[in-house]
Design a protein around this ligand. Structure first.
Ligand code: NAD
Length: 329
C-alpha cells in the first residue's frame, strides 16, 4: 500500500516509518501541502495522508478520484477542510484520528494562558537581557476566577479538570451537553457575560463559524482572556483586533488563526508578512500566537501515527474502520 503524505515535517517521519513498516504501508513524504496544483503528485498511490491545512475540497477530490485514490487519511481530529459529500460521491473513504492526546492540547491552552496573564513572555526576554525590573508585569490570580469552556468533549473536559485544580469556577456551553459529567452548563450569552477566561474547544462548523464576533465580544467582561486552540475561524479576527484595541479583551492566546494555512508551520522570519491582521495581532503585547502547536507532543505524534496506520490498514484490507467519517445529509 502506497500513501502520499502531504505537508510532511521532520517530526512526522520517525513514528510513521515505525508503524507503517509494521503493516507494510509505504509513505512517500511530500513537504508541499495538498492543493489543486499538487494533486497531480498522487498518481500511482492508493491513498493520501493529510493534515489540518491541506486543501481537500471538491476540485482536489475530483483529481484524487481521477488518479484512483481510494482513501483520504486525516492525521488529525478536525475534518472541516474536507468536502465529505464529494468524497462520498466519488467513492473515496475518509478516516481520521478522533483522539490522540487531549492532554497535549488542553495543557498547551493552559500554558498559553499562564504565559499571557503572568507575562512570562515579557519576563523571559527581560531577564535574558539582565533586566530584572518588574514594572508592567503584574498579572492576576486564576484562583476564584470564572472560566467559560465552549465545547466539553475530550479536550474541553481535560481543560476543565486542570482549571478546577487551579481553584477556578467552571461554566460551560456545549450544543450536546454531557449528562452526568458534573459540569455546570449555561447559555452562550451567560458564558460570555460571566467569564474571566473563555476557552474554545468545539469544532468548526457552519454554526460555530465566527462565534466570537463583534456582538459576542460586546457581551464579554472587560479584560477577558480568550484562548483558541480549536480552529481559527471560530473567531472573527478583525473583531478580535477591535476588541483588543478597545481594551475589552485583556489577553488573547491563539494557537490557530483563520488564515493560518498561508503561514503556519513555515519559517517566514525573513519575509514581510502580507496579512495585516495577523501582523497587528502579533504586535500586541497581550496577544500570544503559537503556530498550531498544541498537538505537538511526543505522545500525540506516536498516537497519531499508530492510529493513522491502523485506519489505512483497516480500510484497505478489511473495508471498514471505526474511525471513518461519513457525510451526513
Ligand atoms: P470532541 O469531538 O471530543 O469535542 C467537541 C465538543 O464540541 C463536543 O462535546 C461537541 O458536542 C461540541 N460541539 C459541537 N458543536 C458545537 C456547537 N455548535 N457549540 C458548542 N459546542 C459544540 O473534540 P476534541 O477532541 O475535544 O477537539 C475539539 C477541537 O479541538 C477539534 O474540533 C479541533 O478543531 C481542535 N483541535 C486542535 C488541535 C491543535 O493542535 N490546536 C489538536 C486537536 C484538536
Amino acid at each position: 500500500m502506497k500513501i502520499a503524505f502531504f505537508d510532511a515535517k521532520s517530526y512526522d517521519k520517525p513514528s510513521f516509518e515505525k508503524y507503517g513498516g509494521e503493516k507494510g504501508i509505504t509513505f512517500k513524504y511530500f513537504e508541499t501541502k495538498l492543493t489543486e496544483d499538487t494533486a497531480e503528485l498522487t498518481q500511482g498511490f492508493d491513498g493520501v495522508c493529510v493534515f489540518v491545512n491541506d486543501t481537500v475540497n471538491a476540485a482536489v477530490i475530483d483529481h484524487l478520484a481521477d488518479h484512483g485514490i481510494k482513501l483520504i487519511a486525516l492525521r488529525c481530529a478536525g475534518f472541516n477542510n474536507v468536502d465529505l459529500r464529494r468524497a462520498q460521491e466519488k467513492g473515496i473513504r475518509v478516516v481520521r484520528v478522533p483522539a490522540y492526546s487531549p492532554y497535549a492540547v488542553a495543557e498547551h491552552a493552559i500554558a498559553m494562558l499562564l504565559t499571557s496573564i503572568r507575562r512570562i513572555h515579557k519576563a523571559y526576554i527581560r531577564t535574558k537581557d539582565f533586566n530584572f525590573s518588574l514594572n508592567g508585569l503584574t498579572g492576576f490570580d486564576l484562583h476564584g476566577k470564572t472560566v467559560g469552556v465552549i465545547g466539553t468533549g475530550k479536550i474541553g473536559r481535560v481543560f476543565i479538570d486542570i482549571c478546577r485544580g487551579f481553584g477556578m469556577k467552571v461554566i460551560a456551553y456545549d450544543k450536546y451537553p454531557a449528562e452526568g459529567a458534573g459540569i455546570t452548563y449555561v447559555t452562550p450569552d451567560r458564558l460570555f457575560a460571566e467569564s474571566d477566561v473563555i476557552s474554545l474547544h468545539c469544532p468548526l462548523t457552519d454554526e460555530t463559524y465566527h462565534m466570537i464576533n463583534a456582538e459576542t465580544i460586546a457581551m464579554m467582561k472587560k479584560g477577558v482572556a480568550l484562548i483558541n486552540t480549536s480552529r481559527g475561524a471560530l473567531i472573527d479576527a478583525e473583531a478580535l483586533l477591535e476588541g483588543i484595541k478597545s481594551r475589552k479583551i485583556g489577553a488573547a492566546c491563539l494557537d490557530v488563526y483563520e488564515e493560518e494555512s498561508d503561514f503556519f508551520f513555515e519559517d517566514y522570519s525573513g519575509h514581510i508578512v502580507e496579512d495585516d491582521t495577523l501582523a497587528r495581532l502579533i504586535s500586541m503585547p497581550n496577544v500570544i500566537v503559537t503556530s498550531h502547536q498544541a498537538f505537538l507532543t511526543e505522545e500525540a505524534l506516536d498516537n497519531i501515527a499508530e492510529t493513522t496506520v491502523h485506519n489505512v490498514a483497516e480500510i484497505l484490507t478489511l473495508g471498514t474502520c471505526a474511525n471513518e467519517i461519513v457525510s451526513v445529509g
